[in-house]
Design a protein around this ligand. Structure first.
Ligand SMILES: CC(C)(COP(=O)(O)OP(=O)(O)OC[C@H]1O[C@@H](n2cnc3c(N)ncnc32)[C@H](O)[C@@H]1OP(=O)(O)O)[C@@H](O)C(=O)NCCC(=O)NCCS
Length: 146
């Protein structure tokens, strides 16, 4: 199992994980743009050549990263891959001078909220009608130790 930066040939696999794990999908161009604007923030986990998890984050404001997507293939969940990806993201954030990580999570996504709380995130805001289907989001924030 290795963590490495996303590269364009991973696109199809990443989009497949999004389709099966997240409730919203995005055009291929978005992933390539994310890769181009901050390659360090877009990482995949590879298991014997298969992409099984990924995280995509951007530097949304100066010194602040925003996690846009994090997903692990269903059969690989509960095996610390999400934790490994976030740990690697924090390391890359710190080496890029980023000290705060933010994200939005669906109010109904209790598993993700538990996961992020375990990662040291806390709820710092709320966004009404954040998702296309009208569901609201909690904003969660973690301050990184440098
Ligand atoms: C959220 C997600 C990324 C977690 O990834 P993961 O690799 O399964 O998580 P880990 O194995 O690293 O788990 C770390 C901790 O998170 C919590 N957690 C993970 N899965 C959980 C579950 N099903 N129920 C409750 N807590 C859970 C636990 O506290 C766990 O610690 P433990 O192993 O000591 O119990 C994964 O469930 C996923 O891909 N979900 C679908 C996509 C999604 O919701 N993404 C987030 C969008 S904001």
């Amino acid at each position: 199992m290795i963590i490495r930066q996303f590269s364009p040939p991973d696109l199809r696999s990443v989009m497949e994980i999004v389709k099966t794990s997240l409730s919203e999908t995005y055009p291929p161009s978005l992933y390539l743009t994310l890769h181009n604007i901050w390659g360090d923030g877009f990482m995949v986990v590879e298991d014997g050549g298969r992409i099984v998890a990924f995280v995509a984050a951007v530097e949304s404001e100066r010194h602040i990263a925003r996690v846009l997507m994090l997903a692990v293939l269903r059969e690989y969940r509960g095996r610390s891959l999400g934790s490994m990806l976030m740990k690697e993201l924090y390391t890359r954030c710190v080496s890029n001078g980023i000290h705060t990580v933010k994200l939005e999570v669906r109010k109904s996504n209790k598993v993700a909220m538990t996961f992020y709380e375990g990662q040291g995130f806390s709820v710092t805001g709320e966004l009404k009608n954040f998702y296309i289907d009208g569901e609201g989001a909690f904003v969660m924030t973690k301050i990184l130790e440098s």
